[in-house]
Design a protein around this ligand. Structure first.
Ligand SMILES: O=C(O)CC[C@@H](O)C(=O)O
Ligand SMILES: [Zn+2]
Length: 460
């Protein structure tokens, strides 16, 4: 270890696992964006809170920036270390700390995967309801840092709703306990909510107390084929009014083509431009209501075809059509937009934006999918093989500026659930006012006076 700063860190924390191997630097220095070359100073893998505190204090003394790191499944460059930062991976801090049957809370270390959290809740007959495709590798700490959403927001809300308490190491190494699991706490600023969605810029989340809930009643999964985006919105309104929805997700035929090529099974024959996977509570009465609702949608010309899963395996196969999209697109190194609008603003916005994207991306393949029931659209633009990364990104950035302007006019957000990170930083101002961004900077100054926690993410 030739770097004097690292030698000092190793001296202070002889048991700390520190990695400097080039393969490790690359692995831990990047996320799913693959846009930046990873260049961290080293990777620290603490095993306890005291080590995290000591690392942050060491970073202050040596002016070393820190990139807090979870599962690095992020899509906005929030966990990228490209400028000699120390990556602080919470990966080894992945234990359940406690379950409280009266409070119905689960306390965990931040490095637990979302899947492990689900399993731990299940052991107690309860549910941690935030869920999405990266569950096997993303960490609960990363979910908190981005206020992650996913496929059940329509029923359960975002990560924010499920955080009863947070333990955080602030930018000066101090340990802070926010809200301590209380249901009611009207005693001033709720710092817990400032930390949720702060993308590692205010503190390192080391532990969280999660609220759990009852598992949902038995459900059914349906795949629908639809003739237009307007029909998707009509069917959403119809289904929401008549059924108790757990999920309502859409994707286009282009997304379907990719996911089928990636190994998923076709469930509806024929060519249809839009598809919806929906899941709803399904006792006997609800099943009848679902069929009647389906028939009504078909009579009105909004639904062209549909299948209802007859087994858990079929339900999983239908879900795979939606959940497999990101992975099936990954080889094309897509440029991603993750935008949100009020649901009521969607129809007008969509008409405008579909025309804009057709005009601006005549030669690129554009894949639409997402959580339409939350007003959240994922737009993935695929890089043509003959185009360099730099040229491709430059063209996409130009269009994103136009998209951001349109979003601003319709009161939307440039990031619904993936965070701002490095990727959306130029567009923060379309979603947040100058006054808000000035306040954010002020808050950051208080929590992290030297600006060492994830610098450059969220804003310059
Ligand atoms: O790949 C994307 O753009 C979206 C990923 C994720 O948020 C999803 O909804 O599947
Ligand atoms: Zn999503």
């Amino acid at each position: 270890m030739t770097d004097a700063r690292l030698a000092d860190l190793a001296d202070r924390l002889p048991n700390l696992r520190l990695l400097t191997d080039p393969a490790d630097l690359e692995h831990y220095g990047r996320d799913w964006t693959r846009r930046w070359t990873a260049k961290p100073l080293a990777i620290a893998l603490p095993s306890e809170v005291a080590e995290v505190q000591a690392i942050v204090r060491w970073a202050n003394e040596h002016d070393v920036a820190i990139v807090p790191s979870g599962g690095r499944t992020g899509l906005s460059g929030g966990a990228v270390a490209a400028h000699g930062e120390l990556v602080l991976s919470l990966e080894r801090m992945n234990r359940v700390l406690g379950f409280d049957v009266v409070d119905r809370t689960l306390s965990v270390q931040a490095g637990m995967t979302l899947h492990a959290v689900h399993e731990a809740a299940k052991e107690h007959g309860l549910l941690y309801p935030v869920d999405f495709a990266a569950r096997g590798s993303c960490s609960i700490g990363g979910n908190i840092a981005t206020n992650a959403g996913g496929i059940r927001v329509i029923r359960y809300g975002n990560t924010r709703e499920w955080i009863a308490g947070l333990t955080v190491v602030a930018g000066n190494g101090e340990l802070l306990h926010f809200n301590r699991g209380l249901v009611k706490n009207s005693s001033g600023y709720d710092f817990r909510h400032l930390l949720i969605g702060s993308e590692g810029t205010l503190g390192v989340v080391v532990e969280a107390t999660l609220r759990l809930t009852n598992p949902p009643p038995p459900s059914q999964v349906m795949l629908l084929a639809l003739p237009s985006m307007d029909a998707v919105l009509e069917v959403f309104a119809l289904f929401r009014a008549r059924l108790s929805l757990q999920a309502f997700e859409f994707f286009t035929d282009v997304a379907l083509r990719h996911v089928l090529a990636h190994g998923a099974q076709r469930a509806i024959e024929g060519d249809h431009p839009y598809y919806v996977v929906t899941e709803f509570d399904a006792d006997e009465a609800a099943q009848e209501a679902a069929l009647a609702t389906f028939e009504l949608g078909a009579e009105r010309g909004w639904i062209s075809d549909g299948v209802i899963a007859q087994s858990e395996a079929q339900a999983a196969a239908l879900w795979r059509l939606r959940e497999g999209i990101t992975e099936s697109l990954a080889p094309h190194r897509p440029y991603k937009n993750d935008i949100s609008l009020r649901i009521s603003a969607l129809p007008a916005f969509l008409h405008e934006i579909q025309a804009l994207l057709e005009r601006e991306y005549p030669h690129f393949e554009v894949v639409w999918f997402g959580h339409i029931g939350d007003g959240n659209l994922h737009i993935n633009v695929l890089r043509p093989t003959e185009l360099s990364d730099a040229d491709f990104i430059a063209q996409c950035e130009h269009v994103t500026k136009l998209l951001a302007d349109t979003l601003q006019r319709h009161g939307g957000s440039i990031s619904a659930e993936h965070g701002i990170g490095l990727v959306k930083r130029p567009y923060l101002g379309c979603t947040r006012s100058e006054a808000e961004i000035a306040l954010m900077r002020g808050v950051r100054q208080v929590f992290d006076p030297k600006g060492l926690l994830n610098p450059g993410k969220l804003f310059e």
